[in-house]
Design a protein around this ligand. Structure first.
Ligand code: CUA
Length: 325
């Protein structure tokens, strides 16, 4: 699968830009300290090495200095000054990046999404766009409009996770029982990848993030589509019946049908997503079939078991899922 940049040195939002500037400054200061310390060390090693013909080491030891006030003041003041500068610039960056979300307002063009971290996937509950209330839930692929402020409210349904899309914003943890906030604003349409950044169990590494920054018109169309209930395909009546008769419906939701589970990804517009299993596989017919047959083979440890469907039932369920556009 494609691998766009995951580097913090390639920022695509003012928030990520602020973090890059801070990182560069900290790196520069640390590099300076490193070269000064290593330089003095190397100088001492070369200058005071044991030479051929020199007597015992005690005889060539340089004069020992005890209690030099100027030296002690210098090596206390210099690090204190450096730490002070680092605290100030870090605080300034935090100030820029860590913004409390305002109340949604018509005309603000801002998007508000509640992100729920789950073992091992992401739930996205869209709540407001441009001041209007939105009510739909999707999973694993976050769509946002280019140029708009995006306010994420981060929560967890189980253990600690961490939302990290390096080119868009800093890391922010999702902690059970509380809500954290994250803001980013990206003008450049494209796909931005990330990764859960807090160890959260077996499939932590399989908890990938995909953020699609869409041109505003494309985003508005996407929102309109996502808000609608699932399309009803008349010719798939039998397939739908088979799907609704399985345990799928206890965990998954397909809006507009009797499937109203909330524990697993919302499948209402499953085929509008490019990937399966939180970004691990392309969403193709074949992968979908393998997933329905035995998810444990594709993502060992994931919370969906194999249900032992017959080949015919698998066919029917997959045909039904493929129609959820
Ligand atoms: Cu979720 Cu690591």
């Amino acid at each position: 699968m494609e691998t766009p940049s995951l580097s913090i040195f390639d920022p695509a939002s003012p928030q990520a830009e602020a973090i890059r500037s801070l990182s560069m400054l900290v790196l520069a200061i640390c590099a300076f300290i490193f070269f000064v310390v290593e330089g003095i060390l190397l100088y001492a090693i070369v200058r005071f090495r044991r030479r051929a013909g020199s007597e015992s080491s005690a005889a060539t030891e340089p004069p020992q200095v005890y209690g030099s006030k100027p030296i002690e003041i210098a090596w206390t003041a210099a690090p204190a000054l450096i730490v002070f500068v680092l605290v100030l610039v870090s605080a300034r960056t935090l100030w820029e990046v860590d913004v409390d979300p305002p109340a949604p307002e018509v005309g603000d063009n801002a998007l508000f999404v509640t992100v729920v971290g789950r073992q091992w996937w992401w739930e996205y509950r869209y709540t407001h766009y441009n001041g209007r209330e939105r009510q739909f839930i999707t999973a694993n692929e976050l769509h946002v409009p280019a140029g708009s402020k995006v306010y994420l409210a981060l929560q967890s349904a189980d253990v600690c996770h961490s939302f990290w899309v390096p080119r868009l914003a800093g890391k922010m943890d999702l902690i059970p029982g509380r809500t954290n906030h994250l803001l980013f604003q990206c003008a450049q349409p494209g796909l931005y990848l990330g990764q859960c950044a807090e160890y959260c169990g077996t499939q932590h590494a399989g908890m990938l993030l995909r953020v699609y920054v869409d041109p505003p018109e494309t985003f508005a169309e996407w929102v309109d589509r996502e808000e609608k209930p699932a399309v009803e395909v008349k010719s798939l009546g039998d397939e739908k019946k088979v799907f609704l008769a399985q345990s799928c419906v206890n965990c998954h939701r397909v809006r507009g049908t009797a499937a109203q589970g909330t524990y697993a990804p919302d499948l209402t517009h499953l085929m509008s997503r490019e990937t399966l299993a939180s970004g691990m596989f392309k969403n193709t017919d074949e992968n979908l079939r393998q997933w329905v047959k035995d998810p444990q083979k594709l993502k060992p440890g994931c919370l969906m078991p194999a249900f032992g469907l017959s080949t015919l039932e698998q066919d029917q369920v997959v045909r039904y899922l493929l129609a959820l556009r």
